[in-house]
Design a protein around this ligand. Structure first.
Ligand code: FAD
Length: 311
């Protein structure tokens, strides 16, 4: 009940520019934030990637940022990705790490945003291909779904390995998975992290889980690579069973989890021979990402407030 009550207000806070500007100036939050965000710099991020790789874990790296308000800011985020990809290549990590991008960070919300975001995303996909890795285009709130999937389709014409993300909480997703499960299609399936109205999204945990399983079945029966992003123990148990029923073995699908969440489970699955990829965010613009993690689990909020007030 507490989680449901807090989710809406927290998700509004995640979008607050004022709160975000204040938060980045509060150093005390750093220790709490670092559970979910391993660092602000590329070096700190690469250190985390190496440590995960030592445990057999792959990564997808997010240069934090979202809802950019100018074309120059969007270009700066694109350039940060280009530097990150160069650094990954220099560090010899492109076989274990790819990148995840948010189109709102790349300018989709600006006037003429589709063109701007597509151009920025294309530059990142080209750089990723150049160094031998791939890009996943994250899913954001439902007002961006159509444009995001349209941009994904365009990117895939040039860069077929580009992955998309579908959110099981959206009613439309059961149809989207059927469209996007063709040969070579890399699709991350997650529950969905935004506050969405009942017209577009399932509202209860049970409905979201049922949709997640139905969508997983469609992906497993398809010809693409299903990337199942969840920490939910029930779903994690069901996934290999659904894979087996569709004739897929380990390595023919991938588990994905977030940095700092259920770390033992990430290692356990990797040690059992599963492919596991960890989403690693880094950078200074951690506010929106961090608050969504609090909204998923009120216990995290208590932990955050205790650290903030020094108790
Ligand atoms: P839940 O039912 O929320 O969690 C199950 C269990 O996992 C909890 O009981 C708890 O033990 C643990 N857990 C979950 N969250 C937390 C937390 N924050 N802190 C501590 N423990 C926790 N959403 C999008 O909308 N777009 C995206 O592009 C996107 N990309 C993602 C990429 C990855 C790799 C992952 C793992 C998630 C992504 N998400 C994305 C977030 C996702 O939509 C969910 O909000 C989030 O994963 C929580 O759902 P869950 O499936 O883990 O299940």
């Amino acid at each position: 009940i507490l989680a449901t009550l807090l989710r809406g207000p927290l998700l509004s806070l995640a979008r607050s520019d004022r709160a975000r500007r204040l938060a980045v100036k509060v150093p005390i939050t750093a220790a709490v934030v670092s559970r979910f965000v391993p660092g602000e710099t590329v070096d700190e991020c690469l250190k985390a990637v190496r440590a995960l790789a030592a445990n057999g874990l792959l990564t997808t790296i997010d240069h934090l940022g979202e809802d950019t308000s100018s074309e120059a800011d969007a270009a700066a985020i694109r350039d940060a990705y280009l530097r990150l990809l160069t650094a990954l290549a220099e560090a010899g990590l492109t076989d274990v790490a790819e990148v995840s991008v948010k189109l709102t960070a790349l300018g989709i919300g600006l006037p003429d945003g589709r063109r701007i975001a597509l151009a920025n995303a294309r530059a990142i996909c080209a750089a990723a291909q150049e160094v031998g890795t791939t890009v996943t285009v994250d899913a954001e709130d439902h007002t961006t779904t159509d444009t995001t999937l349209g941009i994904l389709a365009e990117l895939r014409r040039e860069f077929p390995g580009t992955a998309g993300v579908l959110q099981a909480y959206l009613h439309r997703t059961i149809e989207d998975v059927a469209v996007l499960n063709g040969e070579g299609s890399r699709i991350r399936l997650c529950k969905g992290a935004y506050a969405e109205p009942a017209e577009v999204a399932h509202q209860t945990r049970e409905e979201v889980s049922a949709s997640y399983l139905a969508c997983t079945r469609v992906l497993m029966d398809g010809a693409g690579l299903p990337m199942l992003a969840t920490h939910d123990p029930e779903l994690i148990t069901a996934i290999p069973e659904l894979a087996g029923a569709a004739g897929r073995g380990k390595g023919e699908y991938e588990f994905q989890m977030l940095y700092g969440i259920r770390t033992d489970e990430q290692r356990r699955l990797a040690a059992a021979g599963e492919t596991v990829r960890v989403y690693v965010p880094y950078g200074t613009d951690w506010w929106g990402y961090f608050i969504r993690r609090l909204a998923e689990r009120p216990a995290n909020l208590a932990f955050f407030l205790r650290a903030l007030f020094g108790r």
